[in-house]
Design a protein around this ligand. Structure first.
Ligand code: PMP
Length: 361
């Protein structure tokens, strides 16, 4: 058990404590090399072994098929909003399903490079039905977990017209398996569930490589990055190393008789059930997202009496529950309960919230 407070930040976010301890222990001398990972050539054998292990562990954890390449890039989710159309759109049509703030941003950025149609638009509280998809689109974009709105796809759509599906899975990557049979490309920034900010993971089906627009920066051309094993330019070495330790932590994770990704998914299900159950049973707090698409990772909620918001934030912080303030665009509160958040952390949040209600309700 730890004496650290519980950190509910939406990202950059809490990391597993054993990983932070190992990073600290290896800071001055990684593996007897006499160097910090920050000080190593990315082309040396030491970093080569770190990258190879990270990629192999990630492939194993998510059961990534052999016809997908894994790329370690930079630029974050917003960078990918441009990099994906530069590589995949061929200057043609792109359909985007808007489920919240992040997919809306993806649509407007892609408009700089492609003929973008919003195929369906939700209110931020549900996944819209009746998608208007074009058979000649280069790809369909969805954000599978809307970090701000708290809307998550619990099943990936199965597109029947052969158009590849692109998913922005930044904020639930590695919290659950991915059905690769439905995906052409997946991307995510690391700073929520994977590691420090600065690493962007891209999983791309091989047949989608090689179609970049001429104006695509070479360092962001997926084919170039893939052909150079993510080392066309200097990769974010330290972040990849920390992410690799997170992958090892996940592979060894035990919970409820399960191991690895299945175990972390089960704990995520249990944490979310505990928090949503409390919210739904309370007349004091509320979550406004349709139950069938509530996020297991990001739980926005409101105090019905918003004049208590400042007291809620001050008292939660004093209790050791950090960064619960909601995104400024929606207000209220948000508890992000990523992989590294323990069940005890969510229990502590729930008991604080009940206690706060008893005192102010
Ligand atoms: N997509 C999603 C789903 C996100 O949550 C975020 C970051 N909160 C982004 C994209 C943007 O990521 P970045 O800041 O790394 O560019």
């Amino acid at each position: 058990t730890s004496s650290r407070p519980f950190n509910f930040s939406a990202g950059p976010a809490v990391l597993p404590e054993p990983v932070l301890r190992q990073v600290a222990a290896e800071m001055l001398d990684w593996g007897g090399s006499g160097m910090s990972v920050m000080e190593m050539s990315h082309r040396g054998k030491e970093f080569g072994s770190i990258l190879a292990a990270a990629e192999a562990d990630l492939r194993e954890l998510l059961a990534v098929p052999a016809n997908f390449r894994i790329l370690f890039m930079q630029g974050g989710g917003l960078g990918e909003n441009a990099i994906v159309p530069l590589n995949l759109s061929r200057g043609g049509k792109v359909d985007v399903v808007v489920t919240g703030s992040w997919s809306r941003k993806s649509a407007s950025e892609a408009r700089r490079y492609a003929d973008v149609q919003v195929a369906a638009e939700g209110t931020g509280r549900e996944i819209p039905r009746d998608w208007q998809l074009r058979d000649d689109a280069a790809y369909v974009h969805v954000c599978t977990n809307e970090t701000i709105d708290g809307v998550e796809f619990h099943d990936l759509p199965q597109l029947t017209n052969g158009v590849p599906l692109v998913i922005d899975c930044s904020s639930h990557l590695l919290s659950r398996p991915i059905d690769w049979s439905r995906v052409g490309l997946a991307f995510g920034g690391a700073q929520k569930n994977v590691g420090p900010a600065g690493v962007t993971l891209v999983f791309v089906r091989e047949d989608l490589l090689g179609h970049a627009l001429d104006i695509c920066p070479t360092a962001f051309n997926y084919e170039t990055v893939a052909n150079n094993q993510s080392m066309y330019n200097t990769p974010p070495t330290f972040g990849i190393y920390v992410a690799g330790l997170v992958f090892q932590w996940l592979k060894g994770f035990d919970y409820a008789g399960k191991r690895g990704l299945a175990a972390i998914e089960q704990r995520n299900i249990d944490k979310a059930a505990l928090l949503y159950g409390m919210l739904d049973g309370s007349g004091f707090y509320e979550n406004r997202v349709a139950p069938s698409c509530r996020s297991r990772m990001n739980v926005p909620f409101f105090l019905k009496d918003e004049s208590l918001n400042d007291a809620f934030l001050a008292e939660s912080k004093a209790t050791g529950l950090l960064q619960l303030k909601g995104h400024k665009s929606v207000g209220g509160m948000r508890a992000s309960i990523y992989n590294a958040m323990s069940l005890e952390g969510v229990q502590a949040l729930v008991s604080f919230m009940k206690d706060f209600e008893a005192r102010h309700g």
